[in-house]
Design a protein around this ligand. Structure first.
Ligand SMILES: C[S@@+](CC[C@H](N)C(=O)[O-])C[C@H]1O[C@@H](n2cnc3c(N)ncnc32)[C@H](O)[C@@H]1O
Length: 456
């Protein structure tokens, strides 16, 4: 593999005796993993239906390695949100953030959503998860992944860390900064990361990371937990960033991040400060475990201002507007989504949290998207379908995941079947995958156009 010369020279001088092992790891295939989405299926149930050859990832409760020739991204279970394809060492981050149901969590650099969806599963639909991404196109992908995984309690924003921090001082219980970095841990699977890398880029990344951390720190409650992670090895972006942050923030301390067999500790001698406390941080190395590599630091805010008297987003009071929605629920569901209704244009949402103001922010998804209020009718959203179980729907149509009919549905075709005029929750082997509207014994396809399978 063609590694940048400055990179190998630098790693040799840092790793010394370990360097040959490190270099050797580039001759091996990249590690591939998927994480079972427990919002939709338990790990045991997934094992009963899983069509892949899986091997447990020791440090991630719901994580599995899959074989290099398998294509889980092209299976209907992927479209049904039963799992998220995620690089195995990246799964350590969600485990270390360990959000609890009911907390207020911010994922500041969230796209495409690997760690957001991991944290959402741990929150089990309770509490508030703000997933932010600065780049508009990436924010859209993040929003789609949140939808696919059936997450109900997430708000997706497309903001700079600075603007967000002005809106949410002292607000979150836990914040993840999975920082944009020089991506040295991507070299094995991404030739572009190798081509873009330079020593100057490493220096630029470290400055940007400091800046993002400053804004994140402001948004954390006193007593809250800030997790910083990268997928790069350079000390400047890891121990260096954490040490200089701690030096300028006496209200923070570094906590010992939980280790696991094969994990290593951060290196004091790489921080440029003999007093640095960075041995409490974690390093995952590709020559020491089956993963591409990560750095993780856990910071605790010991003191800070208590913020009160915040503006709130006013939920919809006039429930009369929702009569078509309630008719849809009565006729087609076996449960009633309830909470703080919120209208965004003609799109109906349930806000995950009352105590939040979204005014002035670029919001892609203000919560659980239920559907659209059309003239005299309500049309349910794809997000609603993906967040329901088969028991929640009055009408279901179940197809074997690997059948021709399932593929036809995913391509947008009309299927024969159904009775009456209801909305059918389409199921892939029992798991919701989208809507179809029944008329005259036909199931009219409502699988979103942008997600449809092409060709084949
Ligand atoms: C390492 S990736 C995040 C990966 C994501 N957490 C996941 O697990 O799927 C870092 C993200 O930070 C975003 N980013 C780039 N510059 C940024 C900035 N100045 N402030 C905040 N985020 C930035 C990038 O667009 C990218 O999506």
């Amino acid at each position: 593999m063609d590694l940048p010369k400055d990179f190998t020279t630098k790693m040799q001088s840092l790793l010394q005796d370990e360097f040959p092992d490190f270099l050797q790891s580039y001759a091996r295939e990249p590690a591939q993993g998927l994480r079972v989405n427990t919002l939709k299926i338990t790990v045991d149930d997934f094992k009963r239906i899983d069509p892949f050859t899986l091997r447990k990832i020791p440090w991630a409760e719901e994580g599995f390695f899959y074989g290099g020739l398998e294509r889980p991204g092209k299976h209907p279970f992927h479209d049904a949100g039963l799992y998220y394809i995620q690089e195995p060492s990246a799964m350590a981050v969600g485990e270390i953030v360990a959000p609890e149901p009911g907390e207020k969590i911010l994922d500041l650099c969230a796209a495409p959503g690997g760690k957001t969806t991991h944290m959402a599963a741990k929150m089990n639909g309770e509490g508030l998860l703000v997933a932010n991404e600065i780049h508009p196109a990436r924010a859209k992908i993040l929003s789609q992944n949140i939808e696919r995984m059936g997450i109900r309690n997430a708000i997706v924003t497309n903001e700079t860390p600075e603007r967000l921090s002005n809106k949410f001082p002292g607000y979150f219980d836990r914040i993840l900064v999975d920082a944009p970095c020089s991506g040295e841990g991507m070299f094995r699977k991404d030739p572009e990361a190798r081509a873009e890398w330079s020593l100057e880029q490493v220096a630029r990344c470290a400055i940007r990371q400091q800046d993002i951390l400053e804004h994140a720190a402001k948004m954390l409650k006193a007593g809250g937990r800030l997790v910083y992670s990268t997928c790069t090895f350079s000390p400047e972006e890891n121990e260096g960033v954490i040490n200089s942050f701690i030096r300028s923030h006496p209200e923070f301390l570094i906590e010992t991040a939980d280790g696991y067999k094969g994990f290593s500790r951060g290196r004091k001698e790489w921080s440029g400060d003999t007093e640095a406390d960075v041995e409490k941080t974690i390093r995952l190395w590709p020559h020491k475990l089956e993963g591409e590599g990560h750095f993780i630091a856990v910071l605790r805010k010991t003191d800070g201002e208590e913020i009160t008297g915040r503006n709130i987003t006013k939920p919809l009071k006039d429930k009369g507007i929702l009569k078509d929605y309630y008719r849809f629920v009565k006729e087609n569901l076996q449960m009633e989504p309830s909470g703080n209704f919120y209208l965004f244009g003609d799109h109906l949402y349930i806000l995950p949290e009352e105590d939040i103001s979204l005014k002035g922010l670029k919001v892609l998804r203000p919560g659980w998207h239920l559907g659209t209020l059309k003239k005299n009718r309500f049309e349910p959203s794809h997000a609603l379908a993906l967040s329901l179980t088969k028991k929640d729907a009055a009408f279901t149509w179940n197809l074997p995941a690997e059948s021709a009919e399932m593929a036809a549905y995913l391509k947008g075709e009309t299927l024969n079947g159904g009775e009456g005029k209801g909305w059918y929750l389409m199921l892939a082997q029992g798991y919701s995958i989208g809507w179809a509207k029944c008329a005259n014994g036909l199931l009219k396809n409502h699988y979103p156009k942008g997600l449809r399978w092409k060709g084949m």
